[in-house]
Design a binder for this molecule. Structure first.
Ligand code: SP5
Ligand code: ZN
Length: 360
């Protein structure tokens, strides 16, 4: 299996985030990526072929198919604006947000101070923007774009089901059209979806894509981006009532022409184990098959693991290859993208488990 990665993804390394109201060491560390990369490159059967993305690949047009131009411009300038106004090296983190109950909001974000703008374009306290953040998030999106291109190329030449792993970091599924949060700045999965859909001659029918989000947290950003789009089916298994707290209910079914193209499958915190998880994954698989997509994009988080420090499901390591085998059974060209997972000791093993199970 091809694994696309970029050393530039390691650059983003903020010292802290605010968790439960306190500054704590940043959980979404560069070491996460190193752990997964090592687990794959040390595979005794050498099943994984690691390929670094060309850092010169211009992906701005791909990003702008998902994110608003003002948001991307903000991300590019946020740190230098902050420093110009006297901010420190730790980077910029918001202190106030435009709450939906306090409109009107008539001020132009382009004319706000750097810290005001940080709140305008973010929804929590886990996305500091440091000197290196922009370069790393662009590299992460570049990995997603390149992996999507390789999947399209490979699907034309080899027998299905074909799979590719995009070793994206920082992750993406919490990032919306114009907002960062939950360690996510650019929605790598959404960017990849648009690449898959646009890689056909303009006369051909637009490919349909399903996103299977198996990160522990609800992918509120992915849901928002595709909520009224019937060419993308989004299905998520996630913890009910946990972060990001305000989305992920089963009544969120999509709107407009996207009605019934959004499926949330919330599971209970603390009690969800392997068997309940796999039974629910089968429901997701059935819904994906009913949609009959041309491609599958998997938001692959392994923060469902029993000892994850910020989550509370009870999956064990052997479950991950069973998840991968279930995904293979869907028989679709599949793009896996790395999302969450914070138990460092088993992070590599669990991600590799899913991919091993898919390879079969
Ligand atoms: C990509 C990804 O996994 N982002 C997750 C960001 C989560 N940040 C906030 C976590 C809040 C954890 N609170 C502890 C609740 C334990 N049940
Ligand atoms: Zn997560």
């Amino acid at each position: 299996m091809l694994v696309v990665h970029s050393p530039l993804c390691l650059l983003h390394d903020p010292p802290t985030e605010i968790l439960s109201g306190k500054p704590v060491p940043y959980k979404e560390s560069p070491d996460r990526l190193v752990r997964v990369r090592n687990a794959l490159s040390n595979d005794p059967q050498r099943k994984y072929e690691l390929t670094a993305v060309d850092d010169g690949l211009d992906i701005l047009p791909d990003i702008l198919r998902v994110h608003s131009e003002d948001y991307v411009f903000y991300l590019r300038r946020a740190y230098s604006d902050w420093v110009e106004e006297g901010g420190d090296k730790q980077g910029v983190l918001p202190e106030s947000f435009p709450h939906p109950k306090l409109p009107p909001y008539k001020l132009d974000p382009a004319k706000m101070s750097a810290i005001a703008r940080a709140g305008y374009y973010c929804f929590d306290l886990s996305c500091p923007i440091t000197e290196d953040t922009f370069e790393a998030i662009m590299a992460s999106a570049r990995v997603a774009v390149r992996a999507a291109q390789l999947l399209v190329d490979g699907t034309q030449s080899t027998a299905a089901p074909h799979g590719i792993f995009a070793l994206t970091r920082p992750p993406g599924h919490h990032a919306g059209t114009g907002v960062c949060g939950g360690y996510c700045y650019l929605n790598n999965a959404a960017i990849a979806v648009r690449c898959l859909q646009d890689a056909v001659p303009s006369a051909a029918a637009k490919p349909r894509v399903a996103i299977l989000d198996i990160d522990y947290h609800h992918g509120n950003g992915s849901q928002e981006i595709f909520y009224s789009d019937d060419s993308v089916f989004y299905v998520s298994l996630h913890a009910e009532g946990d972060y990001p707290y305000f989305t992920g209910s089963s009544v969120e079914e999509g709107e407009g022409s996207g009605v019934k193209c959004n499926l949330n499958l919330p599971l209970p915190q603390h009690t969800t184990g392997n068997e309940q998880y796999l039974a629910t994954l089968d429901l997701a698989g059935k819904a994906i098959s009913d949609y009959s997509p041309d491609y599958l994009v998997v938001s692959l988080g392994v923060d469902t693991y029993k000892d994850d420090p910020i989550c509370c499901f009870n999956l064990t390591t052997p479950c991950y290859s069973r998840i991968g085998a279930r995904i293979r059974e869907l028989g679709l060209p599949t793009l896996f993208l790395f999302e969450g997972g914070y138990c460092m000791e088993v992070l590599g093993e669990n991600v590799k488990g899913v991919l091993d199970g898919f390879i079969g």
